[in-house]
Design a protein around this ligand. Sequence first.
Ligand code: NAP
Length: 448
Amino acid sequence: MSASMDAIRQAIAEDAPSEAIAALELPQTMRAAVVRKEDEQHFEGIDAADRDPRETLHVQEVAIPPLGPNEVLIAPMASAINYNTVWTALFEPVSTFSFLARFGKESELGARHDLPYHIVGSDAAAVVVRTGPGVTQWKPGDRVTVHCNYVDLERPEGHEDSMLDPSQRIWGFETNFGSLAELSMVKANQLMPMPAHLSWEEAASLGLVMATSYRMLVGANAARMKQGDVVLIWGASGGIGGFATQFVLNGGGIPVCVVSSPEKAEVLRGLGVEHVIDRKAEGYRFHDEDGAPDYAEMRRFGKRIRELVGTDPDIVFEHPGRTTFGASVFVCKRGGTIVTCASTSGYLHEYDNRYLWMHLKRILGSHFANYQEAWAANELVARGMIHPILSETYPLDEVATAAYRVHRNLHAGKLGILVGADETGQGIRDEVLRARHLDAIEAFRALA
Ligand code: NAP
């Protein structure tokens, strides 16, 4: 660590006043987790499932980016692994250097992002170190979490919902200077107050997946779950699924959670989930060897859901994609909604359209969340109504191991990464609120 990075960490640890932090000298370089452009062809000819992110995700010394208008330099104390970092390291479905090159052509400020390395990471709990010209809502020393929607809002399309802005990008995936670095650059309109009862790594684990699930189920832009709705949740102990489960419980819905082990099922039951299906134990295979749909298997799955809750799901929370999508459309209730934000197992889906149109179902695409949605979800956490789903935490040097575990589905909930914090459990300010919700905050650690 450089001498000036040391001074920044010291000032943060001592809760130094804003002016003192603003006056600190910035280092020339910092440590960051990167993918290198020279590795772009590294996995050519190898299936995504067989690629190993440990071969392409590196921690190295890089330059500090210059700050532009309405931008903020933050010192991430902790970050987390998202699936987008796995995709970046696998160069799947495309190399993220194509995003950076396109951004580089847009403007002088965009050109800063087009580098031969990509600093990844889309979640952080951090402290503001510098603010650029025009920033009015935040100051050095503020403790923040980060919403990873990176948007200028210069175009009219984004003003009702910033996710519709043609310039919308995911920070640390479609932009450079992500959160897995000692210093990181964000727009001021990405920042949110850090919930005071959480540690750095707990707060850092919320952002991307929590806001995505909020929009899919709660916000005004997607499925808009009602009290009493039955919601089928795939991967219910994973990143987005773990929050989907909590939003359904919190909003008076009835979750039917799909997981792949008895341990995961047990943790969900501990959170108050009554209906869990272990897909491994049941051995569902919705397609035969040649990829043709197996309706008997889909019927067996639908029957199991009816046995549990007495009805078909009003909403199916979809993201595994190719292997489950046909079954999701099949089992969804007449008039129900399949809401999807991903295709982990493959993005070319096949479903039988008769079951969609004849039964008046609808498929809704959803992508991440706007600032208002992310802020609303962050407030639910700050009030102790929704909790982190952190299971394990790794130091920055072991970021590639953490990404590997997510790629191989060896994890549950979220995996945290310590960046500026020396150890887990630091950064907590409201011990009273924490004590009230400790069991729920720590529930997913049982899956470490
Ligand atoms: P995650 O933590 O790995 O959780 C996904 C879970 O899905 C897994 O733990 C697994 O749970 C289940 N799963 C995986 N493959 C499956 C399959 N073939 N069939 C059934 N279940 C399967 O990942 P995540 O962070 O929740 O993200 C999930 C997906 O959403 C990723 O593709 C990610 O890129 C995407 N995503 C999209 C957005 C967006 O804004 N569009 C935002 C966040 C995430 P079990 O083994 O327990 O069943």
